[in-house]
Design a binder for this molecule. Sequence first.
Ligand code: FES
Length: 76
Amino acid sequence: MIVCVCHRVSDKTIAQCARSGMAFDDIQLELGVATQCGQCECSARALVAECSPAHAVAHLHLHAPEQASLASARAA
Ligand code: FES
């Protein structure tokens, strides 16, 4: 999906840059995101925050009974 229409920058491109460790300002400078009309800035910033390596990721710790039920569900 195109996030920045003015510069034809997609969400995949922004996410890829963010995952590689680029900050919003770096992405803005490199790709021109949010440098023309500015309509994409909120979406682009949210995407960068979501995909940044520093973004906390939830970890699920399953207890043995739950793992067993998941294993049986997968086998079915
Ligand atoms: S849509 Fe990104 S600057 Fe216009």
